[in-house]
Design a binder for this molecule. Structure first.
Ligand SMILES: [Zn+2]
Length: 274
């Protein structure tokens, strides 16, 4: 697989990857992030049709079906309409600088009498159901799995995008729109992708700076929790995880201080990427 003129191709000389144009796109952009989604639909085909409909006002750069087949709909240097209202640290409006990858998947399933149904009432058999807690929920729920071919294909596309563009991070739609969206959800190994592709596993720390005159580091992810400490502008913190617009961080205190390591929650609006 290659990227040629912002489109995926199979080889330099020949075959291209299936490209289906959509009116649901804007002008040029420089991609800095990859955002992972699930389609929450009946199948890849219905999502591709929907994204061609001007009334949908939605699209994505890439759709990957359960067999690992790719359809590209928007060139990687143009804006697709996949993120909606979105925010991560001090960045917002992710359509302007991110590539959207949609994975064919009906999304969260409802369990009724030990049987599993999508929101559009189709039943799914037990062997494709993942029982897991979404990071923004307090209880376990049920999710349609992703296939190995799909994850594999998504990984190869992400790797190629990282090699081609200056991608800073791979995030879920549920990271950048945590109150509205739950995709790709707990069945997708996003932390594994970030570790392997963005380098979280090694020494590359994910450092943010305080972007307000002072912020509270709290015991939990809302203002209802007590403040542990206040940090001044430009204090550095290391990102560990996110929940509902809050970042759980390690506070990088000055070296030489014999203090316990300090961890806590900060409203991510108050942070910017170092
Ligand atoms: Zn989404």
């Amino acid at each position: 697989m290659i990227i040629l003129k912002d489109k995926l191709g199979k080889t330099i000389s020949g075959e291209s990857i299936n490209f289906v144009d959509t009116p649901n796109k804007d002008g040029m952009m420089i991609p800095e992030y990859i955002i992972i989604h699930f389609t929450a639909g009946r199948g890849a085909e219905s999502s591709i049709n929907w994204f061609q409909d001007p009334t949908a006002k939605a699209s994505a750069h890439i759709i990957i079906d359960r067999d690992g087949r790719i359809t590209q709909m928007v060139e990687f240097n143009k804006k697709a309409w996949h993120a909606g209202r979105s925010r991560w640290a001090d960045r917002s409006g992710f359509n302007n600088f991110s590539i959207g990858i949609e994975l064919e998947n009906p999304g969260k399933l409802n369990k009724v009498n030990d049987r599993f149904y999508a929101w559009f009432e189709k039943e799914y058999s037990k062997d494709v159901v993942v029982e897991a807690k979404h990071k923004h929920d307090s209880e376990v729920s049920y999710w349609h799995n992703f296939t190995e071919k799909q994850i594999d294909c998504c990984f190869r596309v992400c790797k190629l995008l990282m090699e081609t563009y200056q991608i800073k991070d791979i995030l879920g739609h549920d990271d950048i729109a945590p109150f509205r969206k739950n995709d790709p959800g707990p069945a997708f190994p996003i932390e594994n992708f970030r570790a392997k592709l963005v380098g979280r596993e090694d020494d590359t720390a994910d450092i943010y700076k305080v972007n307000a005159n002072y912020v509270n580091v709290r015991k939990g992810p809302s203002t209802e929790f007590d403040s542990i400490i206040q940090l001044k502008k430009d204090t550095e913190v290391e990102f560990i995880k996110s929940k509902l617009g809050w970042f759980y961080v390690y506070v990088l205190l000055k070296p030489g201080k014999d203090e316990e390591p300090l961890y806590g929650w900060i409203n991510s609006d108050m942070l910017k990427k170092n």
